[in-house]
Design a protein around this ligand. Structure first.
Ligand SMILES: Nc1ncnc2c1ncn2[C@@H]1O[C@H](COP(=O)(O)OP(=O)(O)OP(=O)(O)O)[C@@H](O)[C@H]1O
Length: 271
């Protein structure tokens, strides 16, 4: 297994010549909520095409705020986000947000829920069902097409949300704590599936997580945010060969050491 880690400093990202290009550029983002709460301060970041980036940091540091600004669901007070070079003015078809609370329609089947993004775009029923079935299968829910959300576990509902996001063929998938509502076993399985999906679909994933283990296991890059007002404290690049046995990867000294290093950095904020 090849696993090393590298860190970059906030203002001066290290970009090797063969680094993937930036699909999303975040420049000078500030966010002040009403009541004078400064959630984010001068965030400068690139998210690279085809990579999985985790946003990690203490509670309330602005992870979800940053994700929503990238999604175009929230306007920054200052600064700009560009997707494929074009300024973000609101939500767009290149970005799909997978909500933490699943955002499924309780009265609709898995098939309809998975195809909902296509439905609102006016895609004909036959085509959207075909695509929805394909992605339902890809996220491991084949056979559940006619079930309703209340008949599914939390993990399965999360997968429907992911199928919906994949079906619209967005380049960027934005996930807010995708594994928070599920048990440990489901979480691990879903993490492995997400790695596999990333390989197949070649999407850019940005995910918010509270879990250092999860961030290290899944990510090409981890952006560590400082406590509120959130700033980029550090960027960590775990280089893990994920082709091996997931359980073996989780037991290696390098993996465990990197988790310890990140925790040592974060604990200075929480103590
Ligand atoms: N609508 C709002 N109005 C005022 N303050 C807000 C609003 N939304 C978030 N905040 C504040 O902004 C800060 C950042 O919130 P955000 O939810 O982005 O943090 P987070 O890092 O995702 O938190 P957590 O890890 O607890 O989910 C917090 O202090 C939060 O209380």
């Amino acid at each position: 297994m090849n696993m090393t880690s590298a860190t970059e400093h906030a203002g001066a990202p290290v970009a090797p010549a063969d680094a993937p290009d930036a699909i999303i550029e975040v420049e000078g983002i500030h966010k002040v909520y009403s009541g004078n709460v400064t959630a984010l301060e001068n965030i400068n970041l690139d998210f690279r095409r085809g990579e999985m980036t985790s946003l990690l940091g203490p509670s309330g540091c602005g992870k979800t705020t940053l994700l929503k600004i990238v999604a175009g669901l929230l306007k920054p007070t200052d600064g700009e986000v560009r997707v494929n070079g074009a300024p973000v003015k609101g939500p767009g078809p290149e970005r799909a947000f997978v909500f933490q609370d699943f955002a499924l329609m309780p009265w609709a089947t898995v098939l309809r829920n998975a195809g909902y993004g296509l439905e609102v775009r006016g895609v004909a029923k036959r085509e959207r069902e075909e695509r929805a079935r394909h992605y339902i299968n890809e996220v491991g829910l084949a056979g559940f097409e006619e079930k309703y959300p209340h008949e599914l576990s939390g993990g399965m509902r999360q997968r429907v949300g992911l199928a919906r996001a994949l079906a619209v063929d967005a380049d960027v998938l934005l996930m807010d704590e995708p594994f928070s509502a599920v048990d440990e076993q489901t979480r691990r399985k879903f993490q492995e599936d997400l790695i596999r999906l990333r390989e197949i679909e070649k999407k850019t994933f940005i995910l918010v997580t509270h879990s250092i283990e999860e961030a290290v296991y899944l990510s090409d890059r981890i952006v560590l945010l400082s406590p509120r007002p959130g700033r980029v404290a550090q960027i960590v690049t775990p280089e893990i060969d994920r082709s091996g046995d997931p359980e073996a990867i989780r037991r290696t000294t390098e993996y465990l050491d990197l988790i310890d290093d990140i925790w040592a950095g974060l604990r200075t904020y929480v103590e």
